[in-house]
Design a protein around this ligand. Structure first.
Ligand SMILES: Nc1ncnc2c1ncn2[C@@H]1O[C@H](COP(=O)(O)OP(=O)(O)OP(=O)(O)O)[C@@H](O)[C@H]1O
Ligand SMILES: [Mg+2]
Length: 469
C-alpha cells in the first residue's frame, strides 16, 4: 500500500504574526493534522526542504517578500504542494492573481476557524483524489509492465526466421502509424506478434483493441467499427463508441481480416484513407488516430483475383507485411518452445518436471505440426498431465501415427500417383500408343485409361513431338 495514503496531512503556516501561526497550529493539531509554522521566508523554505509538506497556508504580505513570488517559487520547487493564500481585506487583485498562479484556495483575514476548516477539508479531498490517482497510475503501470514482460517472455524462438521476424516487428513498432499485415498458418503466433508490435511501440499505454472479423454478424459489424448514435436502429439505446474511436491513439487489431464482408471493406478503406469516421445515425465526423494491424491465414492476393477481397484495401493494409512461417519450417524453435511451455504448465498445475527425454525432442522435431505452436502448447500441457513422474517421455506425447517420427523418410518410391503415371507412360510406349492395348496391359478399361491420362496430363501427341525433337 502507498505510504502516503495513510499518513495525516502535513500543513505549513507561513505568516509573520507569531500569534496567528501559533493559534492556527493548535487548531490544526487538534483537528488531526501535522502542523508546522514559520514566521520568515527562510524558515519556511527550511521546513519545506526537510519535510514532505502537503499544504501551505501562505500570507500574501510578508516583510521583505511578495507572497505571489513565494507562491510561484514553491509551486515550481514542489509541484505536489497545494497552497491556500491568506489575504487582508480588500486585496482582491492579489487573490485573483494567486489563483491564476496555481493557489488552490484563499482565506481572508481576520480568519474564522470554520473557513479554515472548510478550505482544508476541500484541499484534503483534492489531495486524497490525487493520491488515489497516483495509486491507480502506479497499479496500471505495474499491470502494463507485467503484460509487457509476459508478452516479451512469450515470444520464444531462436531460428533465423523468427529472429528476422522479430527485427521486422521492432521496425514496425518504431513506425507507429504504419499499417501492418501479418500472415501465417493457424497457430503460428500472428496475435502474439500483433501485441508485440503494439507493446514495443510508443502507443503501448493506449488501447490495443482486437476484433475477430469472423465472429461478428454482418448487421452489427458497422456499428462495432464505427459506433452508433442513440436511436440509430432498434436496440441502440444509447450512444456507443466504435472500435476506431476506442482505439484512438492506440492499435486496432483486425483478426481474420479475410472474413470481412465485401461491402464493409469499402467503408473500412475510406476510414483508413481519410482517417475520418461517422457513427451510424450521426452526421458529425470524428477523426480518431489508430494504427491497424491485420492478420489472416488466407491468401489475400488469391482472394483479390477471385474478387472476394478489394485490391485497394489490401494495398492499404500491407504497408508492412510480416509472414510467419509454419513451425515445421523452423524446427530449431521447437526445443525452446517446449522448454518454455513445460516451465509454464508445470508451474501452473504445480507438477515439477525435471527432465525431458532426448527422444521427445527428436520425435517432435520430425513432426509436421499442422496446428503449429498452438498444437505444441496443447501437446505439452497434455504431456505434463499424463506424465507419471518428474520427467516427460515420448509416450506422454501421443502424436497422430501418420506424422510420427518416420515422417521424414523418403516415400517417393511407393508414391501411388508417381508410379501410376510412370506405369501408364510405359504401357503406352510399349504398345505403340495404342490406348486399347495399353488399357488391356494395365488391366483397366479404355475409358478409365483416358480419364487417368486427362487427370495426369499425359499427352500422347506432345510425347511424340518431343520424341521427334
Ligand atoms: N513465438 C511464440 N512464443 C511463444 N508462444 C507462442 C509464440 N507464437 C505463438 N505462441 C502461442 O501459440 C498460441 C497461438 O498463437 P496465436 O494465437 O498468436 O496464433 P495465431 O497465428 O493468431 O492463430 P490463429 O490463426 O488460429 O488465430 C498462443 O497460445 C501463443 O501464446
Ligand atoms: Mg489469431
Amino acid at each position: 500500500m502507498n505510504k502516503k495514503s495513510i499518513s495525516p496531512i502535513k500543513v505549513l503556516i507561513l505568516d509573520d504574526e507569531i500569534d496567528f501561526t501559533n493559534e492556527i497550529s493548535d487548531y490544526l493539531q487538534n483537528s488531526g493534522f501535522v502542523p508546522f509554522s514559520a514566521n520568515t521566508t527562510q524558515e519556511g523554505y527550511a521546513i519545506l526542504s526537510k519535510n514532505e509538506i502537503d499544504l501551505l497556508i501562505l500570507d500574501v504580505r510578508l516583510p521583505g517578500a511578495n507572497g505571489l513570488d513565494i507562491l510561484k517559487n514553491v509551486k515550481s520547487l514542489y509541484p505536489g504542494i497545494e497552497i491556500i493564500m491568506v489575504s487582508a481585506h480588500g486585496d482582491m487583485d492579489t487573490v485573483i492573481q494567486s489563483v491564476r498562479l496555481g493557489a488552490f484556495d484563499y482565506l481572508r483575514k481576520p480568519l474564522r476557524y470554520i473557513d479554515i476548516q472548510i478550505a482544508i477539508e476541500r484541499t484534503q479531498k483534492y489531495l486524497h483524489m490525487q493520491r488515489k490517482l497516483e495509486q491507480i497510475e502506479e497499479k496500471y503501470s505495474l499491470i502494463t509492465n507485467e503484460m509487457e514482460s509476459r508478452i516479451g517472455r512469450h515470444c520464444i524462438g531462436k531460428s533465423a526466421k523468427i529472429i528476422e521476424i522479430y527485427e521486422l516487428a521492432k521496425k514496425a513498432a518504431q513506425y507507429s502509424d504504419t499499417n501492418v499485415l501479418i500472415t501465417g498458418e493457424s497457430g503460428t503466433g500472428k496475435e502474439v506478434f500483433a501485441k508485440l508490435i503494439h507493446y514495443m511501440s510508443k502507443k503501448k499505454n493506449n488501447f490495443f483493441g482486437a476484433i475477430n472479423c469472423s465472429a461478428i454478424c454482418d448487421s452489427l459489424m458497422e456499428s462495432e467499427f464505427f459506433g452508433h448514435k442513440k436511436g440509430a436502429f432498434t436496440g441502440a439505446f444509447s450512444d456507443k463508441k466504435g472500435l476506431f474511436e476506442i482505439c484512438d491513439e492506440g492499435t486496432l487489431f483486425l483478426d481474420e481480416i479475410a472474413e470481412m464482408p465485401f461491402n464493409l471493406q469499402a467503408k473500412l478503406l475510406r476510414a483508413i484513407e481519410e482517417k475520418e469516421i461517422t457513427r451510424v445515425g450521426d452526421t458529425k465526423p470524428i477523426h480518431p488516430k489508430f494504427r491497424l494491424i491485420s492478420a489472416t491465414n488466407c491468401d489475400l492476393q488469391k482472394m483479390v483475383d477471385e474478387k472476394k477481397f478489394r485490391l485497394d484495401l489490401l494495398h492499404r493494409l500491407n504497408t508492412l507485411h510480416i509472414h510467419i512461417p509454419p513451425l515445421r519450417e523452423r524446427p530449431e524453435d521447437i526445443a525452446p518452445l517446449l522448454l518454455d511451455f513445460t516451465e509454464e504448465f508445470s508451474e501452473k498445475i504445480n507438477k515439477p518436471i525435471e527432465y525431458i527425454a532426448d527422444e521427445v525432442f527428436e520425435v517432435l522435431e520430425k513432426y509436421s505440426f499442422p496446428g503449429n505452436i498452438r498444437e505444441l502448447r496443447n501437446l505439452t500441457e497434455r504431456a505434463i498431465i499424463l506424465s507419471e513422474g518428474k520427467s516427460l517421455e515420448v509416450s506422454d506425447f501421443p502424436l497422430p501415427a501418420i506424422y510420427s517420427s518416420t515422417r521424414k523418410k523418403d516415400y517417393t518410391e511407393i508414391n501411388l500417383k508417381n508410379n501410376e503415371v510412370e506405369l501408364i507412360r510405359k504401357a503406352l510406349e510399349d504398345c505403340d500408343f495404342n490406348q486399347t492395348i495399353a488399357s488391356e496391359v494395365l488391366g483397366i478399361s479404355r475409358y478409365s485409361l483416358i480419364r487417368k491420362m486427362q487427370k495426369y496430363n499425359i499427352d500422347i501427341v506432345k510425347k511424340d513431338v518431343s520424341k521427334l525433337a
